[in-house]
Design a protein around this ligand. Structure first.
Ligand code: BGC
Length: 414
């Protein structure tokens, strides 16, 4: 930890620009047909003032949101000052409300020119991204909390291993190259932000899942879940500790790739949602089959994900070895049932409470998400919001879960 200044517990909500407002210049806009029917999604780009007022109603003291890079730099040689001014205005409104902004620079989407000409496996991608970061950082002075990349591993697994999202290249080799470049880009962004603002607090938001074997007695399932746990949850932590990205897949040679990120972390952002059970299946891509099982009776979400609050404790315990404060940068549930949403939030916050009592340094919780939004490849029916969006009228409708979250924030001792 580089500064010991007061660091209040952050009670927030998290969003991403594209999921709320789309963008005509983003790779994702032409990726999912639903977006051609509804390119402005919730129309947050126009309705942002009303949406930011909801933060005040909730009583949060922090708000995590992202910049849509493709709006700011629609062409490689064109910067859109209006778009930059728009995001700048959001930080100013938050300032007036006394709400701490946490700014995400990259949340899955890219300008089309970037993904076509400089996808992440090309080394030239790093400098292109850093040019964007320089431009943004000089325009957003005063912002203290930064997330460079949202879920770098999800980005690479979906874009390069599974190939279901842009750039849709099915090549683990190129995926590993892409991951290394993304981590180099994190290192560069970390330095740029700290040069401009020495007190800044910078991290990535790392998706961590509880991973378990499908059948406990099956050695192959056990081996697979162990390998997956190391790769997906832990190898990034080791890279921050050692400066080396260790990749070890079964039956392949181990790789150790130097990445200049050692110590480039002021806190650690964790996105936690669920537990996944893993089975070795030679007929599947890379022999991996995944499923959600409702083992402990907490139920499944509308997306079929297992609700497993104990898993949050496990990943926090593991991440504590980084020795920096931890912030839960996302945690949430897709459901139309407010009671279920309330139970989910309550049980995860209780898990955090238990971890804090055990001495873990946890400094924030951000519920995903403020209002319903576009869910990647799942459309508009995954209801994560504290406020329901009526996609016919675009009205935001408070749910009991919003009232509960306000209550929780006001009555917690941390
Ligand atoms: C992502 C969000 C997404 C949420 C629910 C996280 O992995 O950061 O963009 O909407 O999970 O799937």
């Amino acid at each position: 930890m580089k500064d010991s200044a007061a660091w209040p517990f952050l009670w927030g909500v998290a969003t991403s620009a594209f999921q709320l407002e789309g963008s005509p210049h983003a790779d994702w806009s032409s990726w999912d047909t639903i977006l051609s029917e509804r390119p402005a999604v919730t129309n947050h780009y126009e309705l942002y003032r009303e949406d930011l007022a909801l933060l005040q109603d909730l009583g949060v003291n922090a708000y995590r949101f992202s910049l849509e890079w493709s709006r700011i730099q629609p062409r490689e040689d064109r910067w859109d000052e209006e778009a930059l001014g728009h995001y700048r205005e959001i930080t100013e409104i938050l300032g007036r409300y006394g709400i701490e902004p946490m700014l995400t620079l990259h949340h899955f989407t890219h300008p089309l020119w970037f993904i076509k000409r400089f996808p992440w496996h090309e080394d030239a991608s790093v400098d292109r991204f850093l040019a964007y970061v320089r431009r943004v950082v000089s325009a957003m002075d005063g912002v203290r909390y930064w997330i460079t990349f949202n879920e770098p591993y999800v980005l690479v697994l979906a874009g390069y291993f599974e190939g279901c999202t842009p750039p849709a290249i099915r090549s683990p080799q190129l995926g590993v190259r892409a991951l290394a470049n993304i981590l180099r880009a994190h290192a560069g962004a970390y330095d740029i932000i700290h040069d401009a603002c020495p007190n800044a607090r910078v991290s990535v938001a790392h998706n961590m899942a509880a991973l378990a074997p499908w059948k406990k007695w099956n050695p192959l399932d056990k081996l697979l879940s162990r390998v997956a746990k190391y790769f997906y949850n832990h190898s990034l932590l080791d890279a921050f500790l050692t400066g080396s990205l260790r990749i070890k897949f079964p039956f392949r040679e181990e790789m150790n790739i130097p990445v200049p990120i050692r110590g480039k972390l002021d806190f650690f952002g964790i996105n936690y949602y669920t537990r996944i059970h893993m089975r070795f299946n030679p007929l599947r891509n890379m022999g991996v089959e995944m499923r959600h099982l409702d083992i402990d009776g907490h139920g499944l979400t509308d997306l079929g994900w297992e609700i497993h609050p104990r898993g949050l404790e496990k990943v926090l315990r593991y991440a504590a070895r980084l020795g920096v404060p931890m912030i839960i940068t996302e945690n949430g549930i897709a459901t139309k049932d407010s009671q279920k949403k309330i139970r989910y939030m309550k049980e995860h916050v209780e898990a955090i409470e238990r971890c804090r009592r055990q001495g873990m340094d946890i400094r924030g919780y951000f519920y995903w998400s403020l209002i319903d939004n576009y869910e990647w490849l799942q459309g508009l029916d995954a209801r994560f919001g504290l406020y329901r969006v009526d996609f016919g009228t675009l009205r935001r409708i408070p749910t009991n879960a919003a009232a509960y979250y306000s209550f929780l924030i006001r009555h917690r001792s941390f």
